[in-house]
Design a protein around this ligand. Structure first.
Ligand SMILES: *Cc1c(COP(=O)(O)O)cnc(C)c1O
Length: 349
């Protein structure tokens, strides 16, 4: 990593340039896509696509109730209204049977979230969207290299948003994100919009944003990208081991993979009715866990104006109360997984 960063410093090309172009080409190719446009973060990636599509006040954009706030923020930033749909009880991604009911004449975009590393039910969602003439934007921020029925995420919607926040499956050394698309016109528009609407320096065909992928982060991502497939395989093996060792332990529910999906386990989320107690027990044994997410968006102060109340999205609320994210990263060792699972088994007695 050091020499790659020193090379960039010697070139003083910190904004866009070759490292960004190299990364865009490689990242698009890895997901079987034609275009990739590097942007400042995953949040920017979602927002800039909505911005490019002309989404604004009076529009509604549907997304999953169980997601990180960034998905909803990207919608709010355009002036559009986020509309939440509960997730599937087994797989935790947008429930297609509930999606149809949330569609109104104002619905412009559907943003399924490939949550925890598992692709949403894309065939069903694409069918519904096509029937209503609505555009789909995939939130793939947690799902690099995840697949659904043999196709990588990003290959379904008009575009997909990826995050390279340090904790994501492919992490930069700071903020970074990207949009992938097969739509040449959209890709061209995004390149202009991310760079203040410039077609060339100081010639602004429109007003845009400062949403460029930092060249320093592109350098870091170029060094790490060749390892992504190996790291993803490691995560999948860890998940298999967790799954095996936690079967039948207490009331623990392990993740369910939808048939045809390749889950990349950004997170390994279990459910138990004794979640808080178990988390304290693990913490006492120096095992750090996480909650994704402890307060659902419809119950957040930020989204009180939407009028959501407890009971609106039962599966999302259940995950908030019972979900626990166990340690999951490529470098986990078998001994560490054994220790976590033995500690959980001891807790349930
Ligand atoms: C991380 C994340 C984002 C936002 O990505 P940033 O790079 O942190 O802006 C959006 N959606 C989901 C589901 C995420 O997990």
């Amino acid at each position: 990593m050091g020499p790659a960063i020193e090379n960039l410093m010697a070139s003083s090309q910190y904004i866009l340039g070759k490292p960004v172009e190299d990364f865009e080409r490689a990242f698009a190719a890895l997901h079987g896509m034609k275009y990739c446009v590097g942007v400042g973060s995953g949040t920017d990636a979602l927002h800039i696509v909505l911005f490019a599509l002309g989404i604004g006040p009076g529009d509604e954009v549907i997304t999953a109730a169980n997601t990180f706030i960034a998905t909803a923020e990207a919608i709010s930033l355009t002036g559009a209204r986020p509309v939440f749909v509960d997730v599937d009880r087994a797989t935790y991604t947008m429930a297609p049977e509930l999606l149809e009911r949330a569609i109104t004449p104002r619905t412009r975009v559907i943003i399924p979230v490939h949550l925890y590393g598992q692709a949403a039910a894309m065939d069903e969602i694409m069918d519904i969207a096509a029937r209503h003439g609505i555009v789909v934007l995939e939130d793939a921020c947690q799902a690099h290299l995840a697949a659904c029925n043999g196709r990588y995420v990003g290959q379904f919607g008009v575009a997909a948003a990826f995050s390279f926040y340090p904790g994501k499956n492919l992490g930069a050394y700071g903020e970074a994100g990207a949009v992938t698309t097969n739509d040449e016109t959209l890709a061209g528009k995004l390149r202009i919009l991310r760079d203040h609407g410039q077609s060339k320096k100081y010639h602004h065909v429109t007003w845009g944003l400062n949403d460029r992928l930092d060249a320093m982060q592109a350098v870091v991502l170029n060094v790490k990208l060749p390892y992504l497939q190996t790291w993803t395989g490691d995560r999948r093996r860890h998940a298999e081991k967790y799954d095996l060792k936690l079967k039948g332990v207490g009331d623990v529910v392990t993740p369910v993979v939808r048939p045809g999906n390749t889950h990349v386990y950004h997170l390994f989320v279990i459910q138990t009715s004794r979640r808080d107690e178990l988390q304290r027990h693990l913490q006492a044994h120096e095992v750090q866990t996480g909650l994704h997410y402890p307060v659902p968006l419809h119950l957040q102060e930020a989204y009180r104006f939407l009028g959501g109340k407890r009971g609106d999205f039962p599966v999302t609320e259940q995950l908030a109360d019972k979900g626990l994210s166990l340690p999951m990263f490529a470098e986990l060792t078998d001994a560490q997984i054994d220790f976590v699972c033995d500690t959980i088994r001891a807790f349930f007695g």
